[in-house]
Unconditional design. Structure first.
Length: 566
């Protein structure tokens, strides 16, 4: 039964559509007998006062006995509405009617392509052993392909061989795609022989986090519940990379439903320390790229799923501005926080991949704001650029401080800043509520018990607890988030970028809630040989300047050139 407010609304709408047109006024009709109201729910079916008191206590609300008694019928009618909504079998791919945008009134995208010298074309020769190219950058691989010293098929076979061999240790691959990859590579060789070059990614192998659909192959989302799922279409990112000439070699692991590094086949390993997981949820992309099993991969981030595994595995990765890359064909976890981006070996590589995947998609409403210019930046002089930092995050003598010195050596002006204040952890009810709805059937049908991790901080329990988040508080969180977005825009407005340790939770949560882009990259190494990482957050839609800054920093350091000996 509908609640009283919808009944009144429908009555008003019915009255409006039956107002007679004066020019053709018919003869008066005899008054119709009004239809009886639907029978109210039986009193025995209504929640008791004790039920409502307990529910209120869980939500931190206190009602008087008379208020509780008055609420019984309305809550009972609402429960009927909720049951009706749950009976509608929505697919994960169906988004809400509301579309989240980072461009609030007063926020202007900062699109100022930096001026610099064109990126030089490397002079290269084919190595004696093709596997010596395992850690080569995209420009080097591309130069070898265009000079036809190496064929696309040869390069693809080499990386497939490494991927198969190293995966026995890393557990980074869910599905190998050898047949698709080799057929595509052969076509790309024929195109180069005919003088057709698709661009910087022509013939470059890559891997997709297995929440991206690829026609003819499983898309498992890392969960045994979806182990045989077939989505017979290509995700938009897959389609764009195909068009750019990149060769898809494998579907890579993710923590189950995009949390952590544990999937239905085990734990994906960190190539720098095989006793350690690779972090998540873009676990396979980070491990495969760091191990030299693929030149690049595409991952996703909702709350650290690109940055965290890239930091642990020593990748250079980009989490783009929210809405800059189409998510069509990707698993939905949070409609207002999900983002797709490249995991690579350098900021230069990330810039090349990003150029191929960014831009508006008419079938993904969130990208409507992405019709902004972007081109991979060349070599840019960043002297005089203003880079913010939070002093408390860079204590004297700590390894992180060396990065500030390296930036000063580039002529960068370092500006101490304070980040906006907001209840960041409280705002994560947004993620919890959206994720619980994205996978509501698992909870309602009792399938969540079959998921791999059954602990407090894992999806099955979070899905259950998030069903008790009131819609009122979810909307309140979105209102607080809006204020945070405006405050963050004020901080970033006077900066070219913000630098911060990748493991600092505050800017990580901030950037994911406000939609700002971030590049993370290795910044030093611990005594045990594992990498540390630094992150650079840019202004909205200002990926070109952000990547130019990190490119300039990496040109003077060699952290990103080191690789694990696996």
């Amino acid at each position: 039964m509908k609640s009283a407010v919808p009944r009144v609304l429908f009555a008003c709408l019915a009255a409006l559509v039956t107002i007679p047109v004066r020019a053709q006024e018919p003869a008066p009709a005899p008054p119709a007998t009004p239809a009886p109201d639907p029978a109210p729910p039986d009193d025995a079916d209504l929640p008791s006062v004790d039920d409502l008191r307990a529910a209120g206590r869980i939500l931190g609300l206190d009602f008087t006995p008379s208020e509780l008694d008055l609420m019984r019928r309305g809550v009972g009618e609402n429960l009927g509405s909720l049951r009706a909504l749950r009976d509608d079998p929505l697919e994960n791919a169906e988004p809400p009617a509301t579309v989240f945008s980072v461009l609030l009134p007063g926020i202007v995208p900062h699109v100022q392509p930096p001026r610099g010298e064109p990126w030089p074309v490397p002079e290269v020769s084919r190595p004696a052993q093709l596997e010596d190219l395992a850690f080569a950058d995209i420009d080097t691989l591309g130069a070898l392909l265009r000079s036809q010293q190496v064929t696309c098929v040869e390069l693809t076979r080499m990386f497939l061989g490494r991927l198969h061999r190293l995966d026995e240790t890393l557990h980074a691959v869910i599905t190998f795609m050898d047949e698709r990859a080799l057929a595509q590579a052969a076509r790309l060789d024929a195109e180069l022989a005919a003088g057709h070059d698709r661009g910087p990614l022509h013939g470059i192998p890559w891997g997709a986090k297995d929440l991206l659909a690829a026609a003819g192959y499983r898309t498992t989302w890392g969960s045994a519940l979806f182990e045989q799922q077939m989505i017979d279409e290509d995700a938009e990112v897959v389609r764009r990379l195909d068009a750019a000439g990149a060769v898809l070699c494998a579907k890579l692991t993710l923590g189950e439903l995009a949390w952590g590094d544990v999937w239905f086949g085990g734990t994906t390993r960190n190539p720098w320390n095989l006793e350690q997981g690779s972090s998540g949820s873009s676990a396979g992309p980070a491990a495969a790229v760091a191990a030299g099993a693929l030149p690049f991969a595409i991952g996703s981030e909702t709350l650290g799923s690109i940055v965290s595994p890239s930091a642990r595995c020593g990748c250079s990765a980009l989490r783009p501005t929210f809405g800059r890359v189409s998510r069509r064909g990707a698993m939905a976890l949070s409609w207002t926080m999900d983002k797709l981006g490249p995991l690579c070996r350098s900021a230069r590589d990330a810039a090349l991949v990003f150029a191929a995947i960014q831009g508006p998609d008419p079938l993904d409403e969130t990208t409507a704001q992405a019709a902004l210019p972007y081109a991979p930046p060349g070599r840019v002089d960043v002297a005089g650029w203003r880079v913010g930092y939070v002093p408390a995050s860079f204590s004297d003598g700590a390894p992180e401080g060396a990065v500030l010195a390296e930036l000063r050596a580039l002529g960068v002006e370092l500006v101490p800043v304070e980040l906006p204040q907001a209840p960041l952890e409280a705002l994560l009810v947004i993620l919890g509520a959206e994720a619980a709805e994205a996978f509501d059937r698992l909870t309602l049908d009792g399938l969540d018990d079959q998921m791999a991790r059954q602990v407090d901080q894992a999806w099955p329990n979070v899905f259950r607890t998030s069903r008790l988040i009131p819609a009122v508080e979810y909307l309140r969180a979105q209102r607080v988030r809006r204020r945070l977005m405006l405050d963050m825009d004020k901080v970033m407005g006077g900066l070219d970028a913000l630098v911060h340790p990748s493991d600092d939770d505050v800017p990580l949560m901030l950037g994911n809630l406000t939609g700002h882009p971030t590049v993370c990259a290795p910044s030093s190494f611990r005594e045990d040989g594992t990498p540390r990482s630094m992150s650079f957050t840019g202004r909205l839609f200002d990926e070109a300047r952000l990547l130019a800054l990190v490119q300039a920093w990496q040109a003077g350091t060699d952290y990103h050139r080191k690789h694990p000996r696996i």
